[in-house]
Design a protein. Sequence first.
Length: 398
Amino acid sequence: MTATQSGLSCGFSQGGIDRMMRDYVDAGKSAGMLTLVSRHGQIAHLSCYGQADIESQTPIREDTIFRIYSMTKPITSVALMTLMERGHFQLDDTAKRWIPALAELEVYQQGKIESDITIRQLLTHTAGFSYGFEPDKYPVDQLYAKIWRERIHDQSMEQLLQTLLEFPLVAQPGTLWHYSIATDICGYLVELISGMPFADYLQQFIFDPLGMVDTAFEVSADKIDRFATLYGCREDDPLAQLERNDSSPFISAISGIPVRLHSGGGGLTSTAGDYWRFAQMMLNRGELDGRRIIQPETVALMTRNHLPENLLPLDFNGVARGDFSGYGFGLGYCINMDPANTAAAGSRGDFGWGGMADTYCWIDPAQRLVAILMQQYLPSLHHPGRRDFRNAVYQALD
């Protein structure tokens, strides 16, 4: 992966993106940012500004490793869809075939579920699960929040789900779009259906074929110096360090504690270059450098809206304020259905997803464009950096 210095050969002018990055970092809204934009398969813009670690004055670099959190979800969704292509299931098959506990679920204050949860519902966050972001609104979220705080670092996904699947759902399956642990369940399904550990499946069928050499559930000892520090907003410090390497759930080489939780919903670390290869594969309708990951028809299926009108607009249940008018949801991706009614520039049919530490990637087939923003800041969407990045990218198009 190399940057086109001027961006002109790809029809791109990059000055506005650099200004956006400087404004955010210099104002103390982010420790450091990396932005990448490609068009027609070429890198048109690749720029770094600020620090990966403030204390040591380690700059953000092209090979800096980031917690991508929920940007794991599209990768997990692709992995599950490769198993559908091999004939293991259909989208509307019930997931209890592999996870019998799903048949015993109840809905908060409603009793037993009225219909079985399908794989499509898991992929679209309409299965009725939650995440724990709104404990004041949903009493069930109090249970989720407690579990994520107390057990996320010392249990495998199988062990964690044994507890989480005892909680009631927030809604009947298929009746509400509610951002949730559903993609973690998708990752567990990959393991159960394939008969392989989830991490091994990703490595064999996605990471190795795409040459994603720095994407993993754990940052190895020889790469720790490239791992960005996590920062966030506290009452007394708008740019507080939130995690140290010696206590990071992504590093076992220092703490000696194995990384047990291979979360399909948010467990991966990666670089901008690695994630670009995955995103470019999706833009290429399932193929990169002669290696096919999924079929074009499957990419088309994943990147169109699967939600009925009565479940729109999306409301990110505590992750973001307000709704996401103009967007639908596919199989692992947010889908731009009506650019005129979204809060930022874009094209009809562009699709993407972000991570909890305010990383973000979207893919625009109409412009043959991939755009990636990498940083490490909590809470996600505390600042409108994703919107400003989108606007700067489209303003830069010739």
